[in-house]
Design a protein around this ligand. Structure first.
Ligand SMILES: [Zn+2]
Length: 635
């Protein structure tokens, strides 16, 4: 998963010689012919009223039956199934009602007793899609012009078998005139009605559908196998206009993932790109697709495009790192089994690094833009006060809580830092492999060994911390256990910047923001003065966060209050920026008037030093390894 970090702020086991044999092996995503088939029929024609109508027919045996609603959602790493939005649940057999009762401890569980002689039950339910709101797939997913359908939100499944072994067949009715895209193979199609081929419940839930009135599909690997597509749905026709450069960069991304991983583990790959200001904004990975949601004008506004440039490269990387290969604690048998996030610094952290270096390799960002982004992340981590009490490992262990945490005092609490800090740590590992092997090896070799050949059908190969260390040692012997443990358990006030520094660059600050900095401010409608007065805020003056040791915090300013005036004049972001810039020549404190609920308060920030923004500057005493890492690799 990838999330917008606003302000300062997501059968062939023996052939892998380097990793050897793993004990656990989960496969069988394609439907098994023998298992009974549950049918699920979704009417999406009411999605513009945020309602889905669902009918299911499930083969059963007489006696007690436990039905489950998906709770732990793959890729969201937490119990985020939106069960409060499931309504109008009615269970019948041969037209007669069957009473149900929710388990009083397991809230996602329904108990029923199937009468004698009954071999299948009918389940009807409605799903209420969320209105304009934050969140992930259970957040806003519909507008008057488009919808993202996540199957897990609108079905039940019987307890007792892994979801790989449950066979489902879905059909879908889309609103009139709408088109759609999905990785789920189609059996028949007629007008608004689509019947999909049977699949395992795992694959059905892993294959969302994007549909919309303004819809476009672009072939990203014409004439090649497996095929790759981007399906675009937007709130306006104009917003679907991907320019020729954008399409070329997406096609390059397909080629660069081929060069990086050396194998593919899907039948076809589909980017489901939603462009709307009124859906939740994030990316959610799937094995053969990704649910990628960003602002409506992202394809036609260069600032927005750059600010979210690595969304698709991050999510596609997950097909290998996250879906094909997955930490053992996240490779759960069904959606009731709790997930363990302790290796999210690999699942998300390595994906973040690979997704970020794939952006310049593909042309989605220039080399300079990539470095500007890296500087922004490094500065955020290097100044975050929460790192003095919460080690990185705990941000992963507590992921299911931290995704839901409020954004105020993020500096103090730390968030899901294993994304950006994963970039720093895996960059450092990459640089170390290159140096120790005198340029003969790189992290790309590790990635090929772990995620690469042979190309395979859909399968999950779980791994442990020890497997990661063993695979790295197969590429370049080193004390990788100590390398990771030190970084995962550190409570140093500073971030691990060794990868940046050993690759020939340094984190520095100047009074001029980078273009990428401005792009993020435009995307987030924010004004980020974290490294001068130590405060980030929204354009309307709402304070998102303060740096605990920064001038604003020392003056008494608090997150989740709102600035209304600066030096006696009504607030606007430009006024505040110019006031901070003027401190280079003035000793007068900055007077800030704040609205805090029903109270007005005045604070005086003592700060001198102008605006301050992070950059990477070249260290000519060392070779530019970073340049070699982000150069195009595909031939
Ligand atoms: Zn991710």
């Amino acid at each position: 998963m990838a999330l917008r970090r606003t302000g300062r702020k997501c059968t062939r086991m023996n052939k892998n010689k380097i990793l050897g044999v793993f004990g656990l092996f989960l496969v069988a995503s394609i439907a098994s012919a023998q298992a009974p088939l549950t049918k699920v029929s979704v009417d999406a024609t009411d999605s513009i009223r945020r309602l889905y109508h669902v009918k299911m027919t499930m083969p059963v045996k007489a006696g007690p039956l436990t039905l489950l609603y998906p709770e732990w959602i793959p890729g969201e790493h937490g119990p985020t199934g939106p069960i409060t939005d499931v309504v109008n649940v009615r269970i019948t057999a041969n037209g007669s009602s069957i009473p149900w009762r929710r388990d009083v401890a397991e809230m996602f569980t329904f108990q029923v007793t199937v009468p004698d002689g009954v071999t299948s039950i009918d389940i009807a339910l409605d799903y209420i899609a969320a209105p304009d709101s934050a969140g992930f797939s259970s957040g806003a997913s519909t507008t008057a012009k488009l919808a993202v359908l996540s199957w897990n939100q609108m079905l039940l499944y019987p307890k007792g078998r892994p979801t790989d072994q449950l066979n489902y067949q879905a059909d879908l009715k889309v609103p009139p005139g709408w088109r759609y895209g999905t990785a789920l193979p189609i059996q028949t199609e007629s007008g608004q009605n689509i019947q999909f081929k049977p699949s395992s419940l795992t694959t059905l839930v892993d294959s969302p559908v994007l549909m919309g009135a303004y819809f476009k599909t672009i072939d990203l690997s014409p004439g090649s196998s497996p095929p790759h597509y981007v399906h675009i749905a937007a709130d306006s026709e104009h917003a679907t206009d991907a320019g020729p450069d954008q399409v070329t960069h997406w096609q390059n991304l397909v080629k660069e993932t081929g060069a990086l991983f050396g194998a593919r583990h899907y039948r076809s790959y589909h980017f489901l790109l939603t462009l709307s200001d009124h859906v939740a904004h994030f990316g959610l990975e799937h094995h053969e697709s990704s649910d990628d949601r960003t602002l409506e004008r992202t394809l036609i506004d260069d600032s927005l495009r750059r600010a979210d440039a690595s969304l698709l490269s991050h999510e596609m990387t997950h097909s290998w790192n996250g879906k094909y290969r997955r930490p053992a604690g996240l490779a759960t048998a069904d959606y009731a089994e709790p997930m363990k996030g302790n290796l999210l610094w690999v699942y998300e952290g390595l994906t973040e690094y690979l997704g970020e270096i794939l952006a310049p390799r593909s042309g989605l960002l220039t080399a300079d833009e990539f470095r500007q982004e890296l500087a922004r992340e490094a500065a955020m981590l290097d100044t975050r006060s929460g790192r003095a009490w919460r080690p990185l490992q705990d941000t992963a262990d507590a992921a299911q809580l931290l995704y839901e945490a409020r954004k105020d005092y993020t500096d103090l609490r730390r968030g899901t830092d294993y994304y950006e800090e994963g970039t720093l740590i895996w960059l450092e590992a990459d640089v170390m492999i290159r140096q120790l092997s005198h340029g003969a090896k790189s992290l790309d070799d590790f990635v090929k060994a772990v995620h690469g050949a042979p190309s395979s059908e859909l399968m999950v190969k779980p791994y442990t911390f020890e497997d990661v260390v063993q695979a790295l040692n197969g590429i370049q012997p080193y004390d990788w256990t100590a390398f990771f443990r030190e970084r995962l358990q550190s409570t140093s006030p500073h971030a691990p910047l060794g990868g940046i520094e050993n690759s020939g660059w340094k984190l520095a600050y100047s009074d001029q923001p980078t273009q990428i900095w401005r792009d993020h401010e435009a995307y987030d409608k924010s004004c980020d003065l974290s490294y001068s007065i130590g405060m980030s805020l929204k354009e309307d003056g709402s304070i998102e966060d303060v740096r605990m040791d920064g001038p604003a915090s020392k003056a008494g300013l608090v997150p989740a209050t709102k600035i209304i005036a600066v030096n006696g004049r009504k607030f606007n972001p430009q006024l505040l920026r110019e006031t901070v810039a003027a401190t280079a020549k003035s000793t007068a404190p900055i007077e800030i008037m704040v609205e805090d609920g029903e109270f007005y308060k005045t604070f005086h920030i003592s700060y001198r030093g102008s605006e301050r923004y992070p950059h990477l500057v070249r260290d000519e005493s060392k070779p530019d390894l970073l340049g070699a890492i982000i150069a195009p690799h595909a031939k």
